[in-house]
Design a binder for this molecule. Structure first.
Ligand SMILES: [Mn+2]
Length: 432
């Protein structure tokens, strides 16, 4: 029996306030889509199956390199992080798994943690290793790199840490390890590009060797930061080369914030799908760099265009296409639960909109080189207000018609603020 943290009475009362309007809007949208030859119930069934994972570090207030301004009632450990994640899942019904970060979330007892998550209706997504900062008591420093460090013992320490992440993940039921390293250089000449990449590949090979057969190694590229001149896995090209070198269990992970401004990310996605290396996503939004803003907050059209590629690949059953979806954001000025619920809904919205694209018509316009109508075909799907569809799917699955309003009405933040006295060290920084 799942223990839900938002009371059923409040959820029901909040939904009842909105049910009639929703029924009307859903019916109107259904009629509109029917005129376009689309069965709303078929789209609703697809949307109901969609899931995006929550990063454990997302439920704490993030920060910048200048400061962190903690919020009230922040989770003080992994169990409380899971509690907050369960609220997001209870109300949105699209986030059934949580992605852990080691050592921030290292469990004292993995079996007990798995049981705690299951009691809250949650499972575990990819494990995330951390060799971009030093931990208390750590023998060797990552100041000058980890998996690509010039010193073999430091590289081995980073390999051992990643293997520990796999072992914890095995106990929790995870099936993937995501690896992002901060390795790189801050000055021209500081690092030999080729040797650093060779060292990285050799170290990653050791992790790969320990990876269970039904697991995926997800490699995450990032253009810059904390290394500001060069980064070892700086873009999708290096990422693809690494995944190719390592073998079939290695995949490329695309974090939307890890590219130069105005990069055509949807095209990168298409390339990785074509060459069977698209492992998954870290969703967030960006204005200038790796801003880690809420997904869809800045450029929802880009998100839609990414999903256009994903739905296209699924519709033609592209071989090897089975990406994992996760949010990866840093919440500085909002309640993290509200941001994560809103972002999960934005991801589902982009997916639902992409399902509405008339692919046959689009293909025809592409074949005839009718640029205007091809672009309009995408716009027609994008400008369709699918909000009633998303709300109906949530409500039917036991979630909230309006998750943020329901969350506020339930007073969850005030309750946990009392139960969890402020701890300045709590929560992750959400910087990857
Ligand atoms: Mn990321």
């Amino acid at each position: 029996m799942t223990e839900l943290l938002i009371s059923a009475a409040i959820l029901t009362a909040e939904n009842e306030k909105r049910q009639r309007t929703l029924d009307e809007d859903y019916q109107a949208l259904g009629s509109q889509l029917a005129r376009r030859g689309i069965d709303i119930e078929k789209i609703a069934a697809e949307v109901a199956r969609f899931a995006v994972a929550i990063p454990s570090w997302g439920v704490g207030t993030g920060g910048t390199r200048f400061a962190r301004f903690p919020g009230k009632g922040e989770p003080r450990g992994i169990e409380e992080k899971l509690d907050d994640c369960s609220v997001i899942q209870q109300l949105t019904r699209s986030t059934p798994t949580v992605s852990l970060h080691i050592p921030w979330d290292r469990p004292k007892d993995a079996k007990a943690l798995k049981a705690h998550a299951a009691a809250r209706g949650l499972g575990f997504d990819a494990m995330n290793s951390n060799t971009f900062q030093d931990q208390k008591g750590q023998a060797l420093s990552y100041k000058y790199g980890s998996l690509s460090h010039t010193d073999a013992a430091t590289r081995q320490q980073a390999v051992d840490h990643n293997i520990e992440c796999i072992e914890i993940g095995e106990a929790l039921g995870s099936k993937a390890l995501s690896v992002w390293i901060g390795d790189g250089s801050n000055f021209p000449g500081q690092q030999h590009f080729t040797r650093a990449f060779e060292r990285y590949l050799e170290a990653c090979g050791k992790i790969y060797k320990r990876l269970p057969d039904d697991w995926r190694l997800m490699l995450e590229h990032k253009m810059f930061e904390p290394a500001f001149y060069s980064t070892v896995i700086q873009d999708w090209g290096s990422n693809y080369l690494a995944a190719q070198e390592l073998g079939p269990k290695a995949w490329c992970l695309v974090d939307l914030g890890h590219h130069a401004p105005n990069t055509n990310i949807e095209m990168i996605v298409a390339r990785l799908i074509q060459f069977k290396k698209l492992g998954g996503f870290h969703f967030n939004d960006s204005k200038y760099g790796d801003d880690d803003l809420d997904t869809g907050a800045i450029n929802p059209y880009q998100l839609f265009l990414v999903f256009n590629e994903l739905v296209d690949a699924a519709s033609r059953k592209a071989p090897g296409f089975e990406p994992g979806y996760m949010l990866d954001q840093s919440h500085n000025v909002t309640d993290p639960i509200e941001s994560l619920m809103t972002s999960a809904m934005e991801v589902v919205r982009a997916y639902a909109q992409a399902l509405l694209i008339d692919r046959k018509a689009l293909e025809g316009y592409q074949q005839e080189n009718d640029a205007l109508m091809a672009a309009q075909t995408l716009k027609r799907a994008y400008t369709t207000d699918v909000a009633p569809l998303l709300a109906m799917v949530r409500q039917r699955a036991g979630g909230a018609i309006d998750p943020v309003a329901t969350y506020r009405a339930a007073g969850y933040r005030a309750q946990v603020a009392e139960a969890r006295p402020a701890d300045p060290n709590a929560g992750g920084s959400g910087i990857v």
